[in-house]
Design a protein around this ligand. Structure first.
Ligand code: ATP
Length: 613
C-alpha cells in the first residue's frame, strides 16, 4: 500500500479529508392528491430540521408517521407526481438545492439490499468503485480503496463468499447490509442516507451496523441520516441526534439523542426507570392524542428549536461560502462516469459471471430444453419424413413444427421473465446512482443473451431436427427459432420492466404468451379470427416465426413429391394467410418486435429509475 493510503478510512485518503456537509430543510410538506388535484391526505406537514455536518442522526416515529417519506424526499428519491405533491426548501451548507438534481451526491442505502446474489462483497465493491470512481482512480488505487473498505466494514472474512439471497445461502444478513452500505460508500459521499438499515438484523448485528455508521460519520466526516424502528438502548446511545416524528410528520423533537429524555421530562412525560428513551418517546406519542400533546407543548415549534437543542454549535448558517465551493467540487467529482466502453466491459463480465455461477438457473434452462425436445423428438419421431400427401402424416409434420416452436417461445421467455423482476431493483439502484448508463446496460444484456439463447436453440435443434426429420434447411430453421427466442425475450423484458416481483411475472406468463397461440394458425385458421382482433397478430412473434418456418418446411422439399402433397402443403400456407413473397415482411416484423420492445423496456426502466429512486 502506498504511503498516502495508510491513513485511509472508508476509501478516503488523509489528503482527501473534508469538512463534511450540513443539510437543512424547512416547510417540507408531502401530500397525497385526489383525482381533482386537491389534497387528499397530508403525510408530512411543514416539517423542518437540520443535520449538522459529520453527525449521525436517526429518524424515529410511529409506524406510518412518514419517516421513509421524509428520508426519500431529502434524498431526492421522491418528488411531486400526478398523485403526490412535495413542497418545501432543502439546503446543503446553506445553499438551496433541488434534492432530485442533487441525489447523485447522496449515498442512499435502501431497506432491501439490492445486490447481485452471485457476486462477492469484494466484487460488488470493486464494480461500484470502478464505475463510479474509475475516471480518477487506476486499478491499483481502486483495489486499495476496496481492501480498505472491506477492512473498515469488517467484511474481510467473507470478502470472497457469494452474497446469496433467501434461496441460495451466502453471507449473513448483517454482512449483506454492510456490503450494501460499502457499495454506496466507495465514492466517499458527504451525505449518507439509509432506510431502516437494521431491519432484519439481530440485536448484535443491528448494534454493529449503527456503530459502523457512527464510525463513518466520525472518520469520514459524513453526515449520516437513517430511519430506524425500535432501536435498543445500546443502539440509541450511539446516535448523535434524533428526530422524532409525530402524526403527519410533525416534528416532536430534533436534537441530541442524549437530551431526548430531558425534553420529555420537562413536558411532563417523565421516563420510567430502566426504559429505553426511544421506546418512551414513541409510547407517549401513541398513548396521547394530538390535543394532549399540543397542550403539553411537546411538538417542536420552529427550526430554531432544533438548532438551539443541538448544542454543538454547528449551525448550517455558520458554514458559509467555503462549503458551497466544496459542494460544487463534489458534484463535479461524482458525476464523472467512466466511458461507455468500460461500463459495457464491466457489465459484461458481471453478467457472464452471473450466468455461469447461477448453476440452478443454468441447469434448469438447458436441462429443461434438452429433456423436452428429446421428448418431442421421440413422440414425433420421423414425423417430418412421412408422406405429405397423407393428411394424417402432414398433420403430424405440421404439428411437430408448431409444437417445437411454441416450446421455443415459452423456453426463451421464461428465464428472462422470472429472473428480470429480481434483477430490476439492482438496475434501478445502480442506474439512478450513475454507476452506468442505460445503453451500456442494454447492450451488455443483449450481448450475454445472444450466445445464451443461441446455445439453447442449438441444443434444441440437435434434439429435434434429426429425430423428427424436418426437411427444411437446418441453418434457416435454427435462425428462425433464434429470432423467435430474441423477440420473446424482448417481450419478457418489456413485461419485466413494469412487473416488480417474480410471482406476478409467473402469473402473467400465460397472459403474455397464450394469446399468441391463437394467432399461430394451428388451432384456428387466421382468416377465421374476427377482423377486429386480427391486428393483434402484429405483436405476435410466434405467428411470424411460424410463417417463416412453414415457408422453409412446406415450400419445395417433400411437398414436391406429388400433386396431393403439394395441395396439402399449399393449404397450410393458405390457412395461415402466408405469401411466399412476404418473407421480408415477416423478418421485418420479428426484428421490429425484437428492437422496439427492448427500447420501450429500456425507456420504461429509465423513467422508473428517475421517478422512484
Ligand atoms: N406515494 C404515496 N401516496 C400516498 N400515500 C403515501 C405515499 N407514500 C407514502 N404514503 C403514506 O404515507 C404514510 C407514511 O408512509 P412512510 O412509509 O413514510 O411511513 P413510515 O413512518 O416510514 O412507516 P413504517 O415505519 O411503517 O415503515 C403511510 O400511511 C403511507 O401509506
Amino acid at each position: 500500500m502506498s504511503d498516502n493510503r495508510t491513513s485511509m478510512a472508508f476509501g478516503r485518503t488523509g489528503r482527501d479529508q473534508r469538512a463534511g456537509q450540513s443539510l437543512e430543510w424547512n416547510n417540507l410538506s408531502f401530500h397525497a392528491l385526489a383525482k381533482d388535484k386537491s389534497i387528499k391526505r397530508t403525510i408530512l406537514n411543514e416539517t423542518f430540521g437540520t443535520l449538522p455536518s459529520a453527525s449521525l442522526t436517526a429518524i424515529l416515529g410511529t409506524s406510518g408517521s412518514g419517516k421513509s417519506s421524509l428520508l426519500n424526499i431529502l434524498a431526492g428519491r421522491m418528488s411531486s407526481t400526478s398523485t403526490v405533491l412535495v413542497e418545501g426548501a432543502v439546503s446543503v451548507d446553506g445553499q438551496l438545492i433541488d434534492p432530485v438534481d442533487y441525489r447523485k451526491n447522496i449515498a442512499y442505502v435502501m431497506q432491501d439490499d439490492c445486490l447481485l446474489k452471485t457476486a462477492t462483497p469484494r466484487e460488488a465493491l470493486t464494480f461500484s468503485a470502478t464505475l463510479r470512481l474509475g475516471v480518477k482512480k487506476n486499478k491499483e488505487q481502486i483495489s486499495e480503496i476496496v481492501n480498505a473498505m472491506l477492512a473498515a466494514l469488517g467484511l474481510e472474512q467473507c470478502a470472497d463468499t457469494f452474497i446469496g439471497d433467501q434461496l441460495s445461502k451466502g453471507i449473513s444478513g448483517g454482512e449483506r447490509k454492510r456490503t450494501a452500505i460499502g457499495v454506496e460508500l466507495v465514492t466517499s459521499p458527504s451525505l449518507v442516507f439509509l432506510d431502516e438499515p437494521t431491519s432484519g438484523l439481530d440485536a448484535y448485528a443491528a448494534y454493529k451496523c449503527i456503530e459502523l455508521l457512527k464510525k463513518i460519520s466520525v472518520e469520514d466526516s459524513a453526515t449520516v441520516l437513517c430511519t430506524i424502528h425500535q432501536p435498543s438502548s445500546e443502539v440509541f446511545q450511539i446516535f448523535d441526534n434524533v428526530i422524532v416524528l409525530g402524526t403527519t410528520g410533525r416534528i416532536v423533537y430534533g436534537g441530541p439523542a442524549s437530551a431526548l429524555t430531558e425534553y420529555y421530562e420537562i413536558r411532563n412525560f417523565p421516563i420510567p426507570l430502566d426504559t429505553n428513551p426511544a421506546d418512551h418517546a414513541l409510547f407517549v406519542l401513541m398513548t396521547n392524542d394530538e390535543e394532549e400533546l399540543e397542550k403539553a407543548n411537546l411538538f417542536a415549534k420552529r427550526l430554531s428549536t432544533i438548532k438551539a437543542d443541538k448544542g454543538d454549535g454547528d449551525s448550517a448558517d455558520g458554514v458559509g461560502d467555503k462549503s458551497t465551493r466544496v459542494l460544487a467540487t463534489s458534484v463535479q467529482h461524482l458525476r464523472s462516469n467512466v466511458s461507455s466502453i468500460k461500463q459495457i466491459k464491466w457489465l459484461l463480465i458481471r453478467e457472464t459471471k452471473n450466468l455461469i455461477r447461477d448453476k440452478p438457473a443454468l441447469i434448469g434452462r438447458y436441462g429443461a430444453t434438452i429433456f423436452l425436445n428429446i421428448l418431442f423428438g421421440i413422440i414425433f419421431l420421423d414425423a417430418g419424413r412421412g408422406d405429405d400427401a397423407d393428411q394424417v402424416s402432414i398433420n403430424n409434420h405440421y404439428g411437430a413444427l408448431t409444437l417445437v416452436t411454441i416450446s421455443t417461445m415459452f423456453g426463451s421467455a421464461q428465464p428472462a421473465l422470472l429472473t428480470f423482476p429480481s434483477e430490476r431493483p439492482l438496475f434501478l439502484r445502480e442506474y439512478s446512482t450513475g454507476t452506468y448508463g442505460l445503453y451500456p446496460y442494454v447492450i451488455s444484456k443483449v450481448a450475454v443473451e445472444v450466445p445464451t439463447l443461441f446455445l439453447q436453440i442449438v441444443f434444441q435443434s440437435l434434439c429435434v431436427y434429426f429425430l423428427i426429420g424436418f426437411q427444411g434447411s437446418y441453418i434457416l430453421i435454427i435462425l428462425s427459432w433464434f429470432a423467435l427466442a430474441m423477440a420473446v425475450n424482448s417481450t419478457a423484458l418489456l413485461a419485466g420492466s413494469v412487473i416488480t416481483d417474480v410471482k406476478t411475472a409467473a402469473e402473467l406468463t400465460p397472459l403474455l404468451f397464450v394469446p399468441q397461440l391463437l394467432f399461430s394458425g394451428f388451432f384456428v385458421a387466421t382468416q377465421n379470427i374476427p377482423v377486429w382482433l386480427r391486428w393483434a397478430q402484429w405483436l405476435c412473434s410466434l405467428k411470424y416465426t411460424l410463417n417463416l418456418l412453414i415457408l422453409i418446411e412446406f415450400v419445395g422439399n417433400s411437398c414436391n413429391e406429388s400433386a396431393q402433397a403439394q395441395a396439402n402443403c399449399d393449404s397450410i400456407l393458405q390457412r395461415n394467410d402466408i405469401n411466399t413473397g412476404d418473407v421480408g415482411l415477416y423478418i421485418g416484423i420479428l426484428v421490429a418486435i425484437m428492437v422496439s420492445f427492448r427500447i420501450i423496456a429500456a425507456i420504461l426502466l429509465s423513467l422508473k429509475a428517475n421517478t422512484v429512486f
